[in-house]
Ligand binder design. Structure first.
Ligand code: CP
Ligand code: NVA
Length: 303
């Protein structure tokens, strides 16, 4: 049997695969908005394994599979034997015999690479502590729909050097745009991920300097899932790294604002920015649905 194609990282796709996949995502969006049937994954089943909370990822995958004519199963470790110590390798082999594709949201990235190694169906990363590649598909689709090509633009990522930051670094490397990262010392992205990215990606400690002239400003929460205990210490360190009206003023006058959500208004972004005219966060969230439908078609029908 052919090895399945997995999507554990944005780097699992080439630049042209991303562009083609997102062109299809925009087409699927049109079909969905016009209530035209597009049941390309009839009777296919997606298992969704969630070790962390989710609104967007869960609903977009489940609704997406339904719209494509298939179905999705929500599996929480509290309910399945994985939570009682059944090895992930065994879970991978058992699920592969019953479903067509597996989506996982977990803590250590290694959990998903182990699962993928033993799965004979495609595995999708629905967020790990290290990466959030599905979110990047939606973010890039949103950029393409608003502004076209992303090559050569400047993106400013303000905040924690976390999973979202890592996936933005991968995007910059693949698609050739400049990424300025403004994060506090000790909260830098992973050194190996940064090093692989080359000269497209710069760490700039000063938020205003990073945002100056940027065409897209992006942020994320200061304390990610699993870091709830650090919430108050992080709030103090990250205070100077808020995107607000002053930050937007130094960016390009047509700059867009993105946030993967959930957002904390008054922390990483002010309400006037996230709810303001330059924010595209609601389309960005909706595009999770369309881009993941295109991803699932790509994984199941093109390979
Ligand atoms: N952006 C995102 O992944 O949202 P959820 O945690 O709600 O899935
Ligand atoms: N960095 C955030 C992203 C949530 C979608 C987290 O991991 O909680």
């Amino acid at each position: 049997m052919n090895q399945p194609r997995h999507f554990l990282s944005l780097l699992d796709l080439s630049a042209s695969e991303i562009t083609d996949l997102l062109t299809r995502a925009t087409e699927l969006k049109r079909l969905q908005h016009q209530h035209q049937e597009h049941r390309t994954l009839k009777n296919r089943v997606l298992a969704m394994l969630f070790e962390k909370s989710s609104t967007r990822t869960r609903v977009s995958f489940e609704a997406g599979m339904n719209q494509l004519g298939g179905s999705a199963l929500f599996l929480s470790p509290r309910d399945i034997q994985l939570g009682r110590g059944e090895p992930i390798e065994d879970t991978a082999r058992v699920l592969s015999g019953m479903v067509d594709m597996i989506m996982v949201r977990t803590f250590e990235h290694e959990n998903i690479t182990r699962l993928a190694r033993y799965a004979s169906v495609p595995v999708i990363n629905g967020l790990t502590d290290r990466e959030h590649p599905c979110q990047l598909l939606a973010d890039l689709q949103t950029w393409f729909e608003h502004r076209g090509d992303i090559q050569g633009i400047t993106v400013a990522y303000i905040g924690d050097g976390n999973n979202m930051c890592h996936s933005w670094i991968h995007a910059a490397r693949l698609l050739g745009f400049r990424l300025n990262i403004a994060c506090p010392e000790d909260y830098d992205p992973d050194a190996a991920i940064l090093q692989m990215a080359g000269k497209n990606v710069l760490i700039i400690r000063d938020l205003m300097e990073a945002a100056e002239g940027a065409h897209l400003l992006v942020t994320d929460v200061w304390a990610s899932m699993g870091q709830e205990g650090e919430q108050s210490s992080r709030a103090a360190v990250f205070k100077p790294y808020q995107i607000n009206a002053d930050t937007m003023k130094v960016a390009d006058k047509d700059a867009l604002f993105m946030h993967c959500l959930p957002a904390h208004r008054g922390e990483e972004v002010t309400a006037d920015v996230i709810d303001g005219p330059q924010s595209v966060v609601w389309e960005e969230a909706e595009n999770r649905l369309h881009s993941q439908k295109a991803l699932m078609e790509f994984l199941l029908l093109s390979h």
